[in-house]
Design a protein around this ligand. Sequence first.
Ligand SMILES: [Zn+2]
Length: 55
Amino acid sequence: MGSKVKTLCELKKDCLKENLQEYKKLVRDARFVCKKCGRAAKDAERLCKPAPLGS
Ligand SMILES: [Zn+2]
């Protein structure tokens, strides 16, 4: 795996299995939700259409 940032939205299911531990860390303290895909992540750059959680 390289250092290129990939959005969670782009992750395939197979990729998710391989990176489950990393994925857990990214979603555990989620602060953003993707308006397009409905995924949540800690970092906005991990989502294609990030929107802040809460207000
Ligand atoms: Zn998305």
